[in-house]
Ligand binder design. Structure first.
Ligand SMILES: [Zn+2]
Length: 60
C-alpha cells in the first residue's frame, strides 16, 4: 500500500494559486512558484491553512 499523500499539509498560494506542501507545524511557508511568503495557521484536525502574507520581511 502506498503512503497516502499528506493532503492536510497542502495549501494553495493566494497569489499564483499554486498548490504546495508546507512543513508540519510551520508558521510560515514560501510558495515555490512565486516565492511569496505566507503565514500558516493550523486547524485542530491538523489541516494547514494560509492566514495571510508575511509582511515582517519587507517591513524591517
Ligand atoms: Zn505562489
Amino acid at each position: 500500500m502506498a503512503t497516502k499523500p499528506d493532503r492536510n499539509l497542502q495549501v494553495r498560494c493566494l497569489n499564483c494559486l499554486e498548490r504546495f506542501t508546507v512543513k508540519k507545524g510551520a508558521e510560515k511557508a514560501a510558495c515555490p512558484k512565486c516565492e511569496m511568503e505566507w503565514r500558516i495557521s493550523w486547524h485542530d484536525d491538523g489541516m494547514a491553512k494560509i492566514r495571510g502574507p508575511v509582511w515582517s520581511k519587507t517591513r524591517k
